[in-house]
Every structure is written in C-alpha cells, then in structure tokens.
Design a protein around this ligand. Structure first.
Ligand SMILES: C[S@@+](CC[C@H](N)C(=O)[O-])C[C@H]1O[C@@H](n2cnc3c(N)ncnc32)[C@H](O)[C@@H]1O
Length: 589
C-alpha cells in the first residue's frame, strides 16, 4: 500500500536529514550527580490510605527509608543500564523533565523581562542552564538502530527534546551540516558509501490512520521554492539527503523516521512522533507535475507500533456518582476564607512582590502560562497556594490554574489486568493540571468498609512537608512559613492527636478514581490550598510530570509504605504491583 498523501506533501513541507559521514565520536561524560532530579518529585507521592502501622519508633522509620533506597537500587536491574547505573528509559525521562523545567523557568523569566516568546533555539542555547553543554544527550553512536529509551510512538514537543534524546545535532542546522564528519563506529561501515541517513523527519501532516502506516513514498529534497509557493522550481540533484537515502538502500541500512504535526498544546506549535525504523526498498527518478525531476523513495516500516488497547470497549461504570468538586462530610468543617487570605490584585496576578498569594509561594508564582495553552506548574512543591474566594483577581488568573476545570478529553478504559484506567485523548504538556481527586472529604478514623474500598486518598501534605514515612520532601522547595498554614504543628505528640483526613471516592468521585499506580508515573500529586490554609484539608490535584502523548495511560505513584497495610485479621497485607515498568518495585504495598 503506497501512501500518496505523504508523497505529495513531504517535499513541500521540507525534510530534514541526519547523516552519517566518517570519523570517531568523542564520548561525552555522563551526567553529574549534583543535578536536581525532577523525577524524585513524583516518587512516593500518591497516598492511597490503608491503616498504617502506628507509633513507629525513629529506628523503624530509618529501616523503612533504607528499604526504600535498597528497592530503588534493585529496580534498575531489569532495564537497560547505562554507565550511571540508571535505566536508559528512566534517565531519558528525567532529562526531558529537566528540559521541561528549564523551559518553564525560561517562560517565567521572559514574562518578567520583555515578554518575548521562548523559542526552541533559546531553550537549547539558554546560557543559564545549558543542558546540552552539560552533555545530557543520549544514545550517542546509535545512529542506525532503534534508540534505547525511546519507544516507537514517543512524542517530542521540540527539536531540543529530540536532541537530548540523541537524535543528532546536525539536523538543527538543516542540510548545511550534512557533510560534517560524524562519529560512527567506522569499522562497521567499512566500504560503505557516505553519506547515509540516520534519521529523517517527515514534515507532512498525516491522518489518524498513521498507526497502520507501514509504507511511505517520500519525495526527495531540493529544487523546491520553500519561501514563496512550495512549488518545484528546478530539478532535484542526487546529493545530500537524496544521495544519503540511496546509500541507505544500497547498503540495506534502515533509517529512523520522525513525523511532524501541528499541535496547539506544544510550545513550538509542533509535535514530533518517533515512528521507528524504516527500510528504503526502492528509489527512482520521476517527473513532478511541472515536469521537473524529483527522486522518489519507497520506505517500508521495520517495526509496527503497538496496537492501542481496547479503544472501543464499552464502559459500565456502576456504584459511584460523578462529582466535579469535593463533597465535605457532615462532621468536617472547612475553615472559612477570610479577607486577610486574599490578594488585592486586579484581574490577574502578575506582580510577585505585591501579590500576597505569590508571597506565600516564596515570593513567586508557582505557575507560568506560556503563549500556547493554559497555566503550568513549574515544579512540584510541598504545597501550592492558589488565589481563592477572598482574592480580588478574576477566575482567569494563572494562580488559579488548578481550579479552572478539566482541559483535556479524558477517557476511562479497560486494561488487560488492572481493571479500569484513565488516559487522555489529547496531548498533555508537563506541569499542566490533569484533574483534581474528588470524593467525600472525611476523617480517616471514620471510614467504614475500609478493606473493601480501593478509592481512598489520604491527604498527607503535612507528611510530605515533614518527610514522614516514605514521603520525600520536595526538592527546590521554598520554605513555607507555618504562620501561613493552619493544621501544622512541629510537635509530634500533638500531631498524633490531630485527626487525619482523606478523600473517599468509593461512592462519589470523578475520573481520578480510575488512575492506576505506576512505579514510573507520568503524573504527580500536588497539594493545593485555595479557599483556606489548612494543610490537613488541602485539595489534591494531579499534574502531568511529562509531556504525555494521547492514549498513554495516566498513572501516579500511590506511594505506599511497604508492609503498612494490615488486613481485618491484623496481618500485613501484600499486593503485587503489575505496572510493568522497567523500574517496578514489584509491590504496591
Ligand atoms: C484507585 S483504584 C484504580 C482503578 C481500578 N483499576 C479500577 O478498576 O477501578 C486502585 C486499585 O487498582 C488496582 N491497581 C492500580 N494500580 C495497580 C498496579 N500497578 N498493580 C496492581 N494493581 C493496581 C489495585 O486493585 C488498586 O487497589
């Protein structure tokens, strides 16, 4: 089956190649350990509550901690391990998170200064935090193979992300760089003609049927009036990318294919999907409509993208009522928002010095709003103070990001082995709020049928802030003044007496109750205070930890302490984790 729409568009939209020529690659040093590790921010944050083993001594706490560390070391053993001892996939994920953090920080900086849009090039060259200079790139020397750590179907939002993933720098410079000497293992390619294409970017739009797209007819590059009318104005030459693809065919060397699409949620306005390896099976000269010579290449895919799971399974959701906002149990009193909680900003809060809500967040705003899309949380925090009912700003204020409702089309679907699950039909950018965990806000000690209820979420903002149990304090956090908080006590005895609260989504809830646990999650849990400042009663909001492509299951780390769940018989309950990630800890609790 030849896909002609690609044939027509590819040349018009421009194709970029990565070539391999000759020379040896300098091995770059691995990443240092002194970096912030954004992934830590999403580990161990879910808090589905089970009866905890009470009154642990300090010694016991220590054991739990070191057990956690031990598990973390062990869990990499099943995955591809690189020099730094980390699973490649995980390391790539961490690095992309670092890049996203860098991007959001740049947006913040730019907004403050001159409101210039943050470009992809600016991200790559950012002087303050130049990831590339720190040699964060992956997959060096893997040009002609599937790139480890990058699954077919992986979506990148920018060229800088791809660059970090190990797609070669050359293509950022376009075809000018094609003759640059590259770094492949020469001995493998002795006797080959160069250049050879390692990666090609198909810039044409493609339809939804792309999942079945196994063959492409690509029109070569050159002779095209890219500035004015995208028409062919002269013959193409058999050189540069055209010659490279021919060499791919001659030597039976596959080429990695990336497809580019427009995307409103992406800061570059584009999304790049990694489509795996293709083989060039045929190449011929042809005449286009204006009778100019063009080269055509017939490419066949070597690997198929995995089939999407159960897209059309019908859904029977029984036994719960959908609620958009948290319901408060009768005996729980939410503190009233008082005037001194609110800021005096007009319409939207922009001045971090005068806005009292920004002051509570460490004299800065936790969110940025890039030109495209809604507000995004720059990084996970112990607690986020949003504007609330006593604030003078309006509902569109960026500091109310998590209150602005669902932005993405979410779909509950049936999994093979974990029951129901949640995914998005849209791309979700990192730092975007996905949904709030709604249900009935109640005292944990008043829960009934706790053993049969899989939908209880312990509000443990306080635990995170104080690193209780396996909760890890969030890195790069600002110190939250306890005078800004209600329900905070540093006295452990007092805190034991304080009631604990949870959100019970057993009977009332929303889509969040279908989100499964993963040891390598793509969401993180964020406590948010907006209408009051009692941390024990904070709202629980799930944010995207990564740029999440459509149809990827949404997951967060439930963060159970191992052996912390006891059954009705008083015995410790154990539940295997089947998240299936390379980094799986093998037990949910
Ligand atoms: C909040 S519910 C998630 C939705 C659930 N899958 C359903 O069908 O309603 C939590 C329950 O899902 C199951 N679950 C979620 N993640 C899991 C995982 N990684 N491994 C095993 N079971 C999991 C467990 O039974 C857990 O108690």
């Amino acid at each position: 089956m030849l896909i002609l729409h690609l044939q027509c568009r590819s040349n018009l939209m421009g194709i970029f190649f990565v070539y391999i020529s000759v020379a040896m690659q300098q091995k770059r040093p691995g990443r240092g350990n002194d970096q912030k590790r954004p992934l830590d921010a999403v580990k161990g944050q879910g808090r589905e509550v089970r009866p905890r083993l009470q009154n642990k001594t300090d010694g016991e706490k220590e054991i739990v901690k070191s057990q956690g560390d031990h598990l973390r070391c062990m869990c990499y053993s099943n995955s591809i391990v690189d020099n730094c001892g980390k699973g490649t996939f995980l390391k790539l994920k961490e690095t992309l998170r670092l890049l996203n953090l860098h991007y959001l920080s740049l947006v913040k900086e730019e907004k403050r200064c001159n409101n210039v849009e943050v470009s992809d090039i600016r991200i790559v060259n950012g002087s303050k935090f130049n990831i590339l200079e720190k040699n964060e790139s992956f997959n060096l020397g893997k040009e002609f193979d599937l790139l480890p750590g990058i699954k077919v179907g992986h979506q990148f939002w920018s060229r800088s992300q791809m660059l970090l993933a190990g797609f070669r720098e050359h293509w950022l410079g376009g075809t000018d760089d094609c003759m640059r000497k590259s770094n492949s293992k020469l001995e493998e390619f002795l006797g080959y003609n160069f250049p050879i294409a390692a990666t090609m970017l198909l810039s044409g739009e493609y339809e939804d049927s792309v999942d079945d797209l196994l063959e492409v007819v690509y029109t070569g590059q050159g002779g095209n009036d890219l500035v004015f009318n995208y028409r062919q104005v002269k013959d193409q030459d058999m050189r540069l990318g055209n010659l490279a693809l021919k060499h791919n065919m001659d030597h039976n060397v596959p080429v990695n294919v990336i497809r580019r699409q427009d995307c409103a949620h992406s800061y570059t306005g584009k999304v790049y999907t990694y489509d795996g390896l293709y083989k060039v099976v045929k190449c011929w000269a042809d005449k286009d409509v204006s009778e100019f010579t063009v080269f055509k290449y017939h490419l066949k895919r070597l690997l198929q993208r995995s089939k999407l799971a159960s897209k059309d399974q019908s859904l029977k959701l029984v036994g719960f009522t959908y609620i958009k906002c948290v319901k408060v149990a009768e005996n729980v009193i939410l503190p009233q928002s008082t005037a001194d909680h609110g800021c005096n900003c007009k319409r939207i809060c922009t001045n971090r010095r005068s806005c009292s809500c920004a002051k509570r967040n460490g004299s800065d705003f936790p969110y940025v709003r890039p030109r495209r899309g809604g507000g995004r949380l720059i990084e996970a925090k112990d607690v986020v103070f949003e504007c609330g009912p006593s604030c003078k700003c309006g509902p569109g204020c960026t500091n109310r990001t998590s209150q602005q409702g669902l932005k993405y089309q979410l779909e509950v679907f049936r999994t093979k082995d974990k029951g129901w699950a949640l995914r998005s039909l849209d791309l979700i950018p990192s730092g975007a709020p996905v949904c709030e965990y709604t249900g009935v806000l109640r005292r944990t000690d008043e829960l009934v049928n706790v053993y049969e209820n899989d939908f209880i979420f312990e509000i443990d903002c306080w635990h995170t802030m104080n690193e209780i149990g396996v909760r890890e304090k969030r890195l790069c956090n600002v110190l939250v003044s306890t005078s800004d908080l209600v329900g905070m006590t540093n006295n452990e005895e007092e805190s034991e007496r304080e009631p604990e609260y949870c959100i019970d989504a057993g009977v009332y809830g929303n889509v969040a109750r279908f989100i499964n646990h993963s040891c390598e999650p793509n969401l993180f849990v964020q406590c948010v205070l907006s209408s009051h400042h009692d941390v024990r009663l904070a709202r629980v909001v799930l944010f995207a930890a990564d740029d999440i492509p459509p149809m990827q299951e949404l997951t967060y780390d439930y963060g159970y302490e191992l052996d912390s769940v006891v059954g009705p018989d008083g015995k410790i309950k154990k539940m295997p984790c089947i998240c299936g990630t390379g980094d799986c800890r093998k037990r949910l609790y």
